[in-house]
Design a protein. Structure first.
Length: 134
């Protein structure tokens, strides 16, 4: 359900993303924690809430995600690996970044909705993907 929420966010269907993310978050709450994908579920839920205008709830969810992430990071003894876990894993870095951005006194910014027509497509041939100029 978390992956479904992320996919729906990616195609710009915020309402459907929120529905899927709420289900995923409810299942996660019932389980307490899951070994794989917990951060993804929490991030998708926070972003879906944000896209639907539930800013305070989005802020609370992303802060809880950050706290869970930091607790997992604290179990990594090596400082370098702990930093890499938080900074070099894109999902983890996004959670930390959003929690920092959204923790200020101002409400979190509504993230821009992506349009499928704006996303570059991967060519079917070999070679690097060339992105259009911004």
């Amino acid at each position: 359900l978390g992956a479904l929420a992320r996919a729906r966010l990616g195609r710009g269907d915020a309402a459907a993303a929120l529905e899927a993310s709420r289900e995923a978050a409810a299942e996660l709450a019932a389980l307490g924690e899951i070994e794989e994908g917990e951060s993804s579920v929490r991030l998708a839920h926070a972003e879906a809430l944000d896209q639907n205008g539930f800013l305070d709830e989005a802020r609370a969810v992303v802060e809880a995600a950050r706290e869970r992430l930091l607790a997992r990071a604290a179990r990594i003894e090596d400082e370098t690996w702990r930093a890499r876990f938080l900074d070099d894993v894109p999902l983890n870095a996004r959670i930390v970044s959003l929690a920092t951005q959204w923790s200020t006194a101002s409400p979190p910014p509504v993230l821009p909705r992506s349009s499928t027509s704006e996303r570059p497509r991967r060519p079917t041939g070999s070679g690097p993907v060339r992105l259009p100029p911004v």
